[in-house]
Design a protein around this ligand. Structure first.
Ligand code: NAD
Length: 256
């Protein structure tokens, strides 16, 4: 279905981003990976699906590096047809002791990076009259939790920006939407489980049960593959007129 299209998935060396890259590649999309850490393993995994795969090590907190990544996509892949704004980080602390540098980093990576990447790909998408911008926001783009002020602010910001840009592109073949996952068992969440287990002196299994029980009525994690398949659906013709949504995939978290 996506043969000949190119998808840039930010933060795709791990977790949800890699899951989305794999599902898009299974539909035939060429993939540009981005993110820190080892990228050779993920690159080989996506290449095994028979599509062209590139990689940019751009630090998503740096606008100049984001611009260089889009230039690379244009030179090597003829542009970006599908942008998945996924790179993100977390820090948990009450507002009085929230480190200023963590606030700045979360806003830069979780929110401003989506602005920069989106503003740079929209002209090419408009020129082709086809494009998809899919931002991985969060249940925290719709509701809050204590001690996550920066993350909640950034994710609400992503949802707001999504709506604004969806309106700006509403008469075109470019759609702009957000996906709002609940808990997904990735390194980002494993750290929160490990911290809870250490702080409360309980087992990892108990900490996992507590984490899910607090927020997620289904008591189940959403998987990167499921989010990838949702992204695939958003790239399909059935989703041509789905614009500006913040689509929860959260086991009922935000239905409460
Ligand atoms: P993860 O830690 O597994 O992956 C994050 C990715 O972002 C990695 O590839 C990492 O290298 C990359 N990254 C981090 N900082 C970067 C930077 N400055 N520049 C470039 N790349 C950078 O996390 P994840 O759980 O897969 O999260 C992916 C996205 O999904 C995030 O935006 C997160 O907020 C969101 N999300 C996650 C959950 C969850 O439960 N895991 C729930 C809702 C939303």
């Amino acid at each position: 279905m996506l043969n000949g299209k190119t998808a840039l998935v930010t933060g795709s060396t791990s977790g949800i981003g890699l899951g989305i890259a794999l599902q898009l590649a299974k539909q035939g999309a060429n993939i540009i990976l981005n993110g820190f850490g080892d990228h050779t393993g993920p690159k080989a995994e996506v290449e095994a699906l028979g599509v062209k795969v590139g990689y940019s090590g751009a630090d998503m907190s740096k606008p100049a590096e984001i611009a260089a990544m889009i230039d690379y996509a244009t030179a090597e892949f003829g542009g970006v047809d599908i942008l998945v704004n996924n790179a993100g980080i977390q820090h948990v602390a009450p507002i009085e002791s929230f480190p200023i540098e963590k606030w700045d980093a979360i806003i830069a990576i979780n929110l401003s990076a989506a602005f920069h990447a989106t503003r740079l790909v929209i002209p090419g998408m408009r020129a082709k009259n086809w494009g998809r911008v899919i931002s991985i926001a969060s249940a925290h783009g719709l509701v809050a939790s204590a001690n996550k002020s920066a993350y909640v602010a950034a994710k609400h910001g992503v949802v707001g920006m999504t709506k604004a840009v969806a309106l700006e592109t509403a008469t075109t073949g470019v759609t702009v939407n957000a996906i709002c996952p609940g808990w997904v068992l990735t390194p980002l969440v494993q750290k929160q489980i490990d911290d809870r287990s250490a702080n409360e002196k309980i087992t990892i299994a108990q900490a996992t049960k507590e984490l899910l029980g607090e927020k997620e009525p289904s008591l189940q994690f959403t998987t990167p593959e499921q989010l990838g398949d949702l992204a695939v659906f958003m790239c399909s013709p059935a989703a041509d007129n789905i614009r500006g949504v913040a689509w929860a995939a959260d086991g009922g978290w935000t239905a409460q």
